[in-house]
Design a protein around this ligand. Structure first.
Ligand code: FES
Ligand SMILES: [Fe+2]
Length: 473
């Protein structure tokens, strides 16, 4: 895991008038708003006896009172009052008392925290230009994946999985699973990858968005800050100006678990009623990726690319660009030393992510800082040493349609083909109370898959409803 990254710690709306506990990089933080409403982030462990500050009380002067002995801390990490000795200066009673405080900003409806000691050197927070205009409708979502953040990110930084996992073949080429030619440009803050393809024609409510056989352009941008992936698909076809977009922010909770937050954007069908379908469709893809990621091994985040890993040209260009960004962060001394951390945890010792105050005054803190690598760990390959097979330089030895075999079950009920909804079926869902909508969607999609169809119809919903009432009666 890497320090000195601006991570998304919460949605701004999650921070109201109470402190909020957030776990990032295997450490606990507390977020709160000060008297001016500005977001603040400090280490959650009270330096006095280790109580959880998030269980404390937020006071009107913007300080946070520990739930155990009431010592107060401000957003800058200073201890402002020891109630039992309130007629004395804090530093006279308990010299050195302070807590690590981190740079925090609220932008684009998100709370960003630079988890580390050098926010000036960290990659800047990416711009979300669509946020200020009114062209795009935004919806949001968050969920925890039981997968490490590299694995979680790679489910989307990949083209070949689109046909295999999501049932979206590349139709304008002989091999519908081959990654289309794409350009990967590495920037200082991340990279961009652009490709064009002719996807499968959409059905149901989506069928009117694009003429069949029209080319679609997909632009993926990755930013180190927020581990942000911005996906942009001109869903109406190249030149149509009809865009579907998402921003995916990944925050490592620890080495095995990741908080995934999303903005879904669209500049078509902007009416609120379409949110249900838009979210459903996005979540369907996300949950297909999640199932893959959670079952992948190793469970814990690797400290770098496997020196014996398999890479092929040119479908792994993106992955190599990603690892080179991570390598740059290790070279700056920002990667947490996993081996040293495991040893410290084993001994029951607390380690705190270093804050800017520690960089200026490293001594005298109650808890030691998290160790960081000073060189390359043996289990991580150097990017320059990774080799890959350049398949384009080889002459094919098999026919172009080699391997076309039907599955044993012709209509595989576990098929990942994207499900479509008839407009009439969507109307039925929209009329139901919001809290039951996810259940109706889940049941209907399960039933559709069992029947080997990828279309959810109003008739199917009625049938399920009838079955349910019969079951109740
Ligand atoms: S543990 Fe926080 S004030 Fe004592
Ligand atoms: Fe995916």
């Amino acid at each position: 895991m890497y320090t000195n990254v601006w991570y998304v710690a919460a949605f701004g709306q999650d921070l109201t008038d109470a402190p909020v506990l957030v776990r990032m990089l295997g450490a606990d933080f507390v977020l709160f708003r000060d008297a001016d409403g500005k977001v603040q982030c400090v280490s959650n462990v009270c330096p006095h006896r280790g109580a959880s500050l998030a269980d404390g009380t937020l006071l009107k002067d913007g300080s946070l009172a520990c739930p155990f002995h009431g010592w107060r801390f401000d957003g800058a990490g200073a201890c402002t009052l020891i109630p039992s000795r309130r007629d004395h200066e804090v530093q006279a009673v308990a010299p050195g008392t302070r807590v690590d405080a981190y740079a925090a900003q609220e932008r684009y409806g998100l709370v960003w925290v630079c988890v580390g000691d050098d926010p000036e050197a960290a990659s800047p927070i990416p711009e979300i230009p669509e946020w200020d205009g009114d062209e795009f409708r935004f919806t949001q979502h968050e969920e925890v994946w039981e997968a490490n953040y590299h694995t979680a990110k790679f489910t989307n930084l990949d083209y070949v999985h689109l046909p295999v996992v999501h049932g979206i073949p590349f139709r304008n080429q002989q091999n519908p699973t081959q990654a289309p030619a794409h350009q990967v440009t590495v920037t200082e803050y991340g990279f961009t990858s652009v490709m064009q393809t002719v996807p499968k024609a959409s059905e149901g409510v989506w069928s009117t968005l694009r003429d069949e056989d029209r080319k679609v352009e997909s632009v993926m941008k990755f930013f180190v800050a927020g581990m942000t992936l911005r996906g942009q698909v001109e869903i109406g076809g190249v030149g149509s100006g009809v865009f579907n977009m998402f921003y995916e922010f990944s925050t490592p909770i620890d080495a095995e678990t990741t908080m995934m937050r999303y903005y879904f954007l669209r500049n078509y069908k902007r009416e609120e009623a379409f949110d249900t379908e838009h979210t459903r469709r996005n979540l369907q893809n996300i949950h297909q990726d999640k199932a893959i990621a959670e079952a992948q091994r190793p469970k814990a985040a690797p400290v770098g690319p496997n020196p014996r890993g398999i890479y092929t040209h040119d479908e792994d260009k993106i992955m190599l660009a990603y690892w080179s960004l991570m390598e740059r962060m290790r070279e700056r001394g920002w990667q947490i030393d996993r081996d040293a951390m495991i040893t410290a945890e084993h001994r029951g010792e607390l380690r705190v992510i270093p804050s800017p105050a520690r960089r200026h005054a490293p001594d005298g803190w109650v808890y030691a800082e998290m160790p960081r690598y000073t060189g390359r760990p043996a289990s991580a390959a150097a990017i320059s040493e990774l080799s890959y097979v350049d398949v384009d330089a080889l002459t094919p030895t098999r026919p172009a349609d080699y391997g076309s075999v039907e599955p044993v079950r012709p209509e595989d009920p576990k098929s990942n083909a994207t499900l479509e909804w008839e407009s009439a079926a969507l109307k039925v869902v929209e009329q139901a109370p919001t809290f039951v909508q996810p259940m109706i969607i889940e049941n209907a999609e399960k039933a559709a898959r069992q029947r080997g169809t990828n279309m959810v119809t109003a008739a199917l919903l009625q049938e399920l409803q009838a079955q349910q009432s019969a079951g109740r009666g």
